[in-house]
Design a protein around this ligand. Structure first.
Ligand code: FMN
Length: 328
């Protein structure tokens, strides 16, 4: 008998498989299907900053055009509660229907919109909030401290106003992920989700135009989050959730060996249906039986750098032998 239950951000999960924020969990039916298929928790599709901004702008334009200038500032202040009401309704409906933890998700570029809204999300009953912070560091004039501060400001702003656990989902593009992770943890983050997989850019050489790349990951992409979870888990005291490239139970097991508390899956569910959650779970259980592990805590993090006597292996970046042309 093996036991997959775990704690993530203080929440009890029947298993560590979380359906990642995506269109799969953008409706009550979608969430119910994931819960029926065995998900340990879900992260709802992010509410994007632009959605709130656009809704508010539209309304303000209307007021402006109709000459109600005195209402302008009032609506500005009210903006938060207008557009995104559908999202709050989704949380409310989902919480009535499923018993697994429901994590809301906000896509943030700045702190300005989110503080009030995060409070409403908490009041509506979400069990936790994942901040999907995405800042494009493309401006050569912006120093990294300034960009990092943007992350800290968002987290501090939201943390001050809500009591439910906060996870932060980041991408891998920092000069020092380790420091970033520690600074986020110090600001009250309960979990870090490594990593978001952002919109990919590609080029169609026939039409000679920019096109979107494949929105779905391939299993090869799991090595990057795997390494960073192995490097940071145990050294930074928050929970870690893996995201990107986990396509089967063995991938999930690797993430847990590296130290992940939870494993988020998305692309593989788009490819094979949410029923895949059950298959991933079964593969995990089979592996655990084969290795005589009864629970996740029996092997979680045993291959993290913190637990290793070969810590240099985790930091190796170059193929020295291959590059020098020597055999072995
Ligand atoms: C269609 C689609 C929509 C997504 N929407 C969001 C989103 O709203 N918020 C978010 O944080 N991540 C979003 N993601 C990213 C996923 O949550 C996940 O981090 C990413 O797909 C990598 O995991 P995977 O390899 O299991 O697919 C989306 C991914 C896909 C494919």
């Amino acid at each position: 008998m093996v036991e997959l239950s775990t704690k993530y951000m203080g929440m009890d999960l029947r298993n560590p498989l979380i359906v990642a924020s995506s269109g799969l969990v953008n409706s009550l039916e979608g969430v119910e299907k994931c819960a029926e298929s065995g998900a340990g928790a879900v992260v709802l599709k992010s509410l994007f900053e632009e959605q709130i901004e656009a809704d508010t702008k539209e309304l303000m334009e209307h007021i402006w055009l109709n000459g109600h200038t005195e209402a302008f500032d009032y609506v500005r202040g009210m903006g938060m509660s207008l557009g995104p009401s559908d999202y709050l309704k989704l949380i409310e409906d989902v919480k009535k229907k499923v018993t697994i933890p429901v994590i809301a998700s906000l896509n943030c570029v700045s702190a300005k919109w989110w503080v009030d809204y995060a409070k409403q999300i908490e009041n509506t009953g979400a069990d936790a909030l994942e901040l999907n912070i995405s800042v494009m560091p493309s401006d050569p004039n912006r120093v990294s401290e300034e960009i990092e501060k943007q992350y800290y400001d968002i987290v501090e702003g939201v943390r001050r106003h809500i009591n439910i656990p906060i996870a932060v989902k980041i991408g891998p593009f920092f000069t020092s992920i380790a420091r970033m992770a520690r600074e986020l943890y110090r600001r009250g983050v309960s979990a870090l989700v490594l990593f978001n997989r952002f919109y990919q850019l590609d080029i169609d050489v026939d039409s000679i135009k920019l096109v979107g790349g494949n929105p779905l990951s391939s299993p090869k992409e799991m090595n990057l989050p795997l390494r960073w979870i192995a490097l940071l888990s145990g050294r930074i005291e928050c929970d870690f959730a893996a995201s990107t490239g986990v396509h089967n139970g063995i991938d999930a097991i690797k993430m847990i060996l590296a130290g992940a508390k939870a494993v988020q899956i998305c692309s593989v569910l788009y490819q094979n249906g949410v029923e895949q959650i059950g298959r991933v779970q079964k593969e995990m259980e089979d592996w655990m039986k084969g290795h005589n592990f009864e629970s996740l805590s029996d092997f979680r993090g045993i291959l993290s750098q913190e637990e290793s006597d070969k810590s240099e292996l985790y930091e190796r970046l170059q193929y020295i032998k291959a590059l020098s042309g020597k055999k072995d």
